[in-house]
Every structure is written in structure tokens, then in C-alpha cells.
Design a protein around this ligand. Structure first.
Ligand code: NAD
Length: 275
């Protein structure tokens, strides 16, 4: 299989996540092919004339072979993607990279720490854990966003909270005029005091701005969480997806193929990272 050759994928549905984010449900145009994706991996998603960029999957593997990407309008390509609707075609290459360690963390308590759109790659992990809920221990999700409106997937929070032994704690940095919020305010690490999870049998999965992951990882190390059970998902300018072009190089690692999911202990001390 030539991973440099894009495949056509048909948009079979979209869902707006205001103010600036949109989910795309896709299926390969060729019915004889499917993407064997794992939660945490990414695709290069492209639109002819606008280029391509890496986007993690926002859904776990689906029986019908469909897959989802949830994309925030940031640059030229992603802003153009906001105008793409069902029936249109995108180009995808992938899946690329490492996945969340669903097998390795079985039996452990799970602490999931997400910042902003960093929740996008963590959602498929959570949904897979919920599908086999009895195989994991306590699940605690700490989720911080700049404003209440930026707490993505809030329509799913009640379902998540109804899972056995599962706790979701939310915080926002700021409450703009016109929005209401009676919950916690401050950055996501401010929720550590209420996480109620002990380090001995826990695994941590985190994604968000790199500065957030730095404070998450270092704060948890101080609380005796082991560095080999803290998993981070990094974002870099991936171009080829296969470790050849070097755009995403981080010390001796390529984020596109050795990551995006890394154990924290693999990365500590590298140049070009805030971790
Ligand atoms: P943001 O700047 O809005 O921050 C989100 C939250 O992170 C804040 O509300 C706060 O709770 C927390 N945070 C920020 N700085 C912090 C600090 N110094 N200490 C503690 N907590 C802090 O985030 P955003 O604009 O939504 O960006 C999300 C990030 O997620 C992007 O930087 C992107 O690179 C990353 N991302 C990565 C992937 C991936 O697959 N690796 C996927 C999507 C997004």
C-alpha cells in the first residue's frame, strides 16, 4: 500500500461544534477498502488546491468502516474545510502514528487530562474504554477550555458521567459576557486537588497545548505518578506521515511515526519541546 497516495473519502455527515469547529463523518469512496485505524492515530486530510494537514481521528474504529475527524478552523485549509458539506469529497492518507495504549492500561485507573481541542484525540480513547468499561478501573476526566463555549462535546458529558465509576471535572479560564458558568474557573491543573485518584495503579493520558502538558506531567510527577505511565499526544508539522521528510523531527524521534502518542519518559529532556 502506498501511503503517499491519497484516497478519496466521501463526507457522509457533518456536525457543527460552534463557534469554530466542525466534525466530519467520512467513508472511503472505494467500498473494497477501509482504514484500519486505532484511537490516537491521525490521517493527513487534504482538499485539492488547499493542501493537506494532520488531523487525529475523533471516533474509535467503526464496524461500518466510517471514521470521523473534528477540525477547528485555524489555517487556510481548515478554514476552507468549514464550508465542506455532506456529499463532497476529501482526500485522506493514513492512518499514521502510534495509538493510545488501550491494552497496556487495562486494569488501571485512568486519569485523562484534556485542554481545549486536545479533547478531540482523547474522545475515541474514552469511547473505547466505555465500550469495555469493566476492563478498566476508575476513570477521571479533567477537561479545561478557555470559555464554556469551547468545551467541545458538551452534549456527550451526561452520557460520559453515567458510565460506572466515571467522573468528569470541568474548568474554564474565563467566562465572557453573555455566557453562563457556575463551575470551576482556572487552568486544568487547578482540578488536580479534586481528582481523587491515587498514582499506584493509575495511567495518565493527556492532550492539549504543550505548555499545559508540561504542567500536567510535572504536577503529576510531584504527586508520584510514574513517568512511564504518563502518555502525551504531541502535535508537530507532519508532512509525509512516514518519517521521511523530517518536518516533525524531535531529537531522534519523528512525531509522525514514533508518535503522536509518546510515553512522557521518552520525551523528557529533548530540545524543541516544552515538556
Ligand atoms: P487552549 O490554549 O484553549 O488551552 C486549553 C486549556 O489548556 C486551557 O483552558 C487550560 O485549562 C489548559 N492550559 C493552557 N495553558 C496551561 C498551563 N500553562 N497550565 C495548565 N493548563 C493550561 O487550547 P487550544 O487552543 O484548544 O489548543 C489545544 C492544543 O491541543 C493545541 O495546542 C494542539 O496542538 C493540541 N492538539 C493536539 C492534538 C494531537 O493529536 N496531538 C489534537 C488536537 C489538538
Amino acid at each position: 500500500m502506498n501511503l503517499q497516495l491519497p484516497k478519496e473519502a466521501v463526507v457522509i455527515g457533518t456536525k457543527a461544534h460552534p463557534p469554530d469547529t466542525k466534525a466530519f463523518k467520512l467513508r472511503l469512496r472505494n467500498d473494497n477498502e477501509r482504514l484500519e485505524l486505532r484511537s490516537g492515530q491521525f490521517n493527513m486530510v487534504g482538499l485539492p488546491g488547499f493542501g493537506e494537514a494532520p488531523f487525529t481521528f475523533s471516533s474509535p474504529p467503526q464496524a461500518d468502516g466510517s471514521f470521523e475527524h473534528t477540525i477547528r478552523a485555524v489555517g487556510r485549509l481548515s478554514k476552507r474545510l468549514m464550508r465542506v458539506e455532506a456529499g463532497e469529497t476529501l482526500h485522506v492518507r493514513g492512518p499514521f502514528g502510534t495509538a493510545w495504549p488501550l491494552e497496556q492500561v487495562k486494569g488501571r485507573d485512568l486519569l485523562v487530562v484534556a485542554g481545549g481541542v486536545g479533547m478531540i484525540p482523547l474522545r475515541p480513547f474514552l469511547l473505547e474504554v466505555f465500550q469495555k468499561r469493566e476492563e478498566y478501573g476508575k476513570v477521571v476526566v479533567l477537561f479545561g477550555a478557555r470559555t464554556p463555549g469551547e468545551l467541545i462535546y458538551r452534549e456527550e458529558f451526561d452520557t460520559w458521567r453515567r458510565q460506572p465509576n466515571t467522573f468528569l471535572h470541568l474548568t474554564v479560564d474565563d467566562v465572557p459576557p453573555g455566557e453562563t458558568w457556575d463551575g470551576h474557573t482556572g487552568v486544568v491543573t487547578g482540578l488536580f486537588s479534586q481528582m481523587g485518584i491515587e498514582p499506584d495503579n493509575a495511567a495518565v493520558l493527556t492532550c492539549g497545548p504543550e505548555i499545559m502538558m508540561r504542567f500536567v506531567a510535572r504536577g503529576l510527577l510531584l504527586r508520584r505518578f510514574p513517568a512511564n505511565r504518563i502518555y502525551v499526544s504531541l502535535e508537530r508539522r507532519m508532512k509525509c506521515g512516514t518519517g521521511h521528510c523530517g518536518h516533525c523531527q524531535l531529537g531522534p524521534k519523528f512525531v509522525c511515526k514514533d508518535g503522536p502518542v509518546f510515553r512522557y519518559e521518552e520525551l523528557a529532556g529533548f530540545p524543541d519541546t516544552l515538556l
